[in-house]
Ligand binder design. Sequence first.
Ligand code: FA5
Length: 339
Amino acid sequence: MKEKINQILVEAKEKLSTIDSLKLLNDFRVEFLGKSGKVTGLLKGMKDVAPELRPQVGQAVNGLRVEIEALVGEVEANLKAQETALRFKNEAIDISLPGKAPELGTLHPITLVKNLLIDAFSSLGFQIYEGPEIETDKNNFQMLNIPEDHPARDMQDTFYITESILLRTHTSPGQVHVMTSTQPPIKVMCPGRVYRSDDDATHSPIFHQIEGLVVDKNISLCDLKGSLEEILKHVFGPQIKTRLRPSYFPFTEPSVEIDVSCFECGGKGCKLCKGTGWIEVLGAGMVNKNVLQNCGIDPEVYTGYAFGIGLERIAMLKYHIPDIRMFFDNDLRFVKQFK
Ligand code: FA5
């Protein structure tokens, strides 16, 4: 029996010296110390040992088990230390490497201009109303004093969905929604996307406008001029001057175009203002009596002004962008330039 014990110890030491992974160590543990392992096998064989020798042999077998367990413990500690060292090595971070800064997004130039205008309007007490992009012919044209056969329809090349449903060609139907649902005093802006069958360097089939509408007692063209002057200074700088030129829109009477003095050359004349010293920025006018009446507002009691600003046009002027299509290409090199 003694010989057998020695033999198992020698064999165990030999095997342990070749073990290089926790998995193999586990196999070893099963082979020697497991339920059907070699050491346990010795204990089971005790019944064949003469009774007087049993205490001595039992002690020797236990000693063998304790010794092998101790050796296994040592090997296990070594393997774990090696494994940890290897993991630390693999996971090591080179703190001298430059960090990866998270990329910050930027707002689209149209959003920037929209926010600028909304800030300016809000500071003058305008509230926001956002209407639907799919409109009825009635709200987009008829209620705004543009009957079905009116030549003014040619000014806005329209995407029709059916004969009476269309993609709104301007934000002016916002006026109709507000005036048919609210009584004056009214002071709203309607920002939004609009659609026309246009496509060239300065006209896009999809673009953005902000409509403004003020209706109350004693509103005059002076109020329109004063408010818009304030807003345009906020957008183009305090030094700019404004001027009103006569124009025509079926839904305003009188109608005007508003120009700003060229913010590039200060009015002397340059490429941007085509030598005139002035740049046209929006259309406006006093709300036509017919429109007030159509919307159930008494034109003998109330008057109002309205205006419509093309956001792409303002952004093109402000940021010197030569082609409107650049706004919609979504080229990050372009979009990222605006902060
Ligand atoms: C109108 O749309 C009127 N509803 C504006 C208005 C409102 C006048 C209230 C009076 C009272 P107009 O068609 O001119 O007007 O368009 C207004 C602005 O939208 C233009 O000055 C221009 O800057 C812009 N615009 C028009 N068509 C396009 C287009 N296809 N692409 C980009 N911008 C456009």
